[in-house]
Design a protein around this ligand. Structure first.
Ligand code: CA
Length: 251
């Protein structure tokens, strides 16, 4: 397996500091983006806990034995491990926020991609996204946990109406606001040439899916990421912007 990857995070043009965090671990083929929020200095702390906890748990192969029961299928075990890692991150953030007043109200999103055994494990909580490019077509493979995404799913508003909706930043699931959280996770077989793009809403809020597709098709990962960040900044750079791209060169 050979994977080319890169990640860039940018404070954007309107925010005083960057509360996003990302991780690329090339040994594990693990990629994470977390978009923190809330509290005085809480946002960047929450997203750092998320990124570090996921890496720690995936590295240590620690699994929740009670939850695992008699599961022996390696794919199922990996699914459990990732889910456990994200939930543990949420619990750690929740505890810190409770203990220390300056971190009160902090939380974060998390999107996690692990390439293992010919499979892509895609897990998330919140409105950060993972896209997959295959056969020249880009598809969003996470479903935003946001009020607006739910309204679209229920046919209450159109995607067009959602773009400038005043509630577009309201997320319905995140790490840290409650002790435990439900994690969405899917597994798909990878193919040579597949590309994955992980991003915070600082990118997806300014750049259309077809523009991301065009960039992934026309540029190498590093150049695509750089240009996408530039594009988000040109359009206002309202929020912190993070992009991680990984490309399956050989499978
Ligand atoms: Ca954000």
């Amino acid at each position: 397996m050979q994977i080319t990857s890169c990640g860039i995070t940018d404070v954007g043009l309107k925010r005083g500091h960057n509360e996003d965090n990302y991780l690329i671990n090339e040994e594990l083929n693990l990629f994470v983006v977390a978009d923190g929020m809330g509290g005085h200095a809480g946002g960047e702390y929450a997203s750092a806990i998320a990124v570090n906890t996921v890496e720690e748990i995936v590295t240590s192969m620690e699994v929740d034995q009670d939850a695992l029961g008699d599961i022996t299928d390696p794919v199922e075990i990996t699914r459990h491990k990732i889910t456990h890692a994200i939930r543990l991150a949420g619990r750690r953030i929740f505890e810190k926020a409770k203990e220390q007043p300056e971190y009160h109200g902090m939380g974060t999103t998390a999107v996690v991609l692990l390439i293992d055994g010919g499979n892509a494990f895609v897990a998330h909580v919140g409105d950060s996204r993972i896209y997959m490019l295959r056969d020249n077509r880009l598809e969003q493979v996470t479903e935003d946990h946001s009020l607006i995404a739910e309204k679209i799913r229920h046919g209450l508003i159109t995607p067009e109406e959602a773009k400038n909706h005043r509630m577009r930043n309201v997320i319905t699931r995140s790490l840290g606001y409650q002790e435990d959280v439900e994690v969405d996770i899917t597994v798909r077989a990878i193919r040579r040439g597949d590309q994955f793009l992980l991003c915070s809403d600082g990118l997806s809020g300014h750049v259309e899916d077809d523009e991301m597709e065009e960039h992934l098709l026309n540029y190498r990962p590093q150049e695509a990421a750089r240009r996408l960040i530039e594009l988000a900044c040109e359009r206002g750079g309202e929020d912190n912007i993070t992009v991680v791209i990984s490309r399956m060169e050989e499978v």
